[in-house]
Ligand binder design. Structure first.
Ligand SMILES: Nc1ncnc2c1ncn2[C@@H]1O[C@H](COP(=O)(O)OP(=O)(O)OP(=O)(O)O)[C@@H](O)[C@H]1O
Length: 444
């Protein structure tokens, strides 16, 4: 605990999950999917408008028919938010990303997500707590202004602040200057932070992260191993035991995005359990000997050998991997990606010579993808290989999963509970006087 008073809610949105909780606490209270389910539904006629007699029987059939007819055509988008809601399969429910690669992709879904955090997850009134939210380390004026507007207008928060996630990761380790390598679900950033400010011109970002591997594992199962990955909702278990399938159910009206969402969940679990980054320089043959098995939800057993390490090679040797695996295609976003270690070096090289030494000495490794076994040691080895001979490299890679996964949230929790920070909040009155433009003046 950092403080006695609980005054703020800290929110750290990511492409795959959103983290939220009270300032001053060590870990977020909740981590939930940032994807939401959306379905077009028909409004159920308001029964109170139907004319009824004293006993509750419907009277005046013609007029009531008109009420029903007008109402019955009213369609609206229903949002299904949160893990338990997304576990339930619904016909035609599409999965949309509210937030992706540092950008709000669907403002309605994002608003619903934030409202759900307060109303159904943490269960507090948003009007009673200050809100500190993290944002992408790449400055996006229009987006932060809109988030500020959403916070004051929809959530009705009393005070608001927005901070770049690279800065928060730095604070989480008690530093104000460092190079943060944040590798998450869909994107990786190398962010130089100096005295609590992001050096914008030197930030490097590529749209690659842990979900690149998740997709590869799913693809490996489906195309190379010819194994259909049945989502859990398709499985009807026999009464005799939980692992005995009675039958595979079919739901033709399931939206393809929902089926994929459920399959990726399984592939992600496989990846987190068996994939790793090779940090011993294994040959393809040696990788083949390193087998690992996984039991799918339907009880089928699958095995992986080279797949455990070969896909993650892309993180450190993208061109060699493409050649070896005979893939010619590289997505436009990844043109110029030479590996995670090169991102770090390029970012430091773009900084002023005076701070380079300090950055080499403080390389913070964070983000869920960095938890892949072998990732940090391979990064360290590769950095040693490409850095100038006299540079002393010190990497800060916390062994604890929590600190690695939630470093931005933890930094926000510390910041929002500091006594010296309390005068920096954007207050409601300031927002009313200046509008959302105040965010550029007050939040670096
Ligand atoms: N123990 C683990 N081993 C391997 N990968 C892991 C582990 N834990 C989490 N991951 C991966 O980390 C990724 C999620 O990371 P993180 O939570 O930092 O992403 P995010 O903040 O939601 O997304 P982004 O940073 O792209 O906006 C997922 O691909 C997940 O599978």
């Amino acid at each position: 605990m950092f403080t006695e008073d609980i005054t703020a809610i800290v929110v750290d949105p990511g492409s795959l999950s959103i983290r939220a909780g009270y300032s001053g606490e060590d870990t977020p209270r909740l981590v939930m999917p940032s994807q939401v389910g959306v379905r077009e539904e028909i409004k159920i006629p308001d029964q109170s408008q139907l004319q009824k007699d004293e006993d509750g029987n419907i009277i005046n059939a013609d007029q009531n028919k008109m009420v029903e007819e007008n109402k019955s055509e009213e369609k609206f988008k229903n949002y299904y938010v949160g893990e338990s809601n997304l576990k339930i399969r619904r016909d035609n429910m599409e999965i949309v990303s509210s937030y992706m690669n540092g950008e709000v992709k669907d403002w309605d879904a994002f608003e619903k997500l934030l409202l759900d955090v307060y109303e159904n997850q943490i269960r507090v009134q948003s009007s009673e707590y200050c809100l500190l939210i993290s944002e992408s380390s790449i400055h996006n004026q229009r987006q932060r202004e809109r988030i500020c507007q959403l916070a004051f207008e929809s959530l009705k928060v009393p005070n608001f602040f927005i901070v770049k996630s690279g800065v928060l990761s730095c604070f989480s380790s008690g530093r104000s200057t460092a190079l943060v390598l944040d590798t998450g679900a869909y994107s990786t950033y190398a962010v130089p932070v100096h005295d609590g400010y992001v050096l914008q011109k030197s930030v490097r970002k590529f749209d690659i992260g842990g979900e690149f591997l998740t997709e590869k594992i799913l693809n490996n199962l489906q195309k190379e191993q010819n194994t259909h990955v049945y989502p859990r909702y398709c499985l009807q278990f026999a009464k005799e035991g939980p692992k005995k399938i009675d039958k595979y159910l079919e739901f033709p009206d399931t939206h393809s995005s929902y089926e994929k969402f459920c399959q990726l969940e399984i592939a992600r679990d496989i990846k987190e359990q068996i994939c790793k980054v090779d940090d011993r320089g294994l040959t393809f043959g040696e990788m083949q000997l390193e087998r690992a098995g996984y039991e799918l939800p339907d009880g089928n057993f699958v095995e992986f050998d080279t797949a455990r390490s070969k896909y993650s090679e892309f993180f450190f040797a993208p061109y060699e991997t493409l050649q070896q695996q005979q893939e010619n295609e590289i997505s436009q976003d990844l043109l110029g990606f030479r590996g995670m270690h090169h991102m770090v070096l390029e970012s430091i090289n773009y900084c002023d010579i005076d701070i380079k030494r300090q950055l080499f000495n403080n390389i913070i490794l964070t983000g869920g993808n960095s938890l892949l076994s072998g990732f940090s040691s391979r990064l360290q080895t590769k950095l040693n290989e490409i850095s100038p001979p006299n540079s002393k490299i010190k990497m800060i890679a916390y062994p604890a999963t929590t600190e690695r996964k939630f470093s931005s949230w933890i930094g926000g929790s510390i910041l929002a509970s500091l006594g010296s920070f309390q005068s920096l909040w954007i207050g409601k009155q300031e927002y009313q006087d200046n509008g959302e433009y105040i965010v550029e003046k007050k939040c670096p």
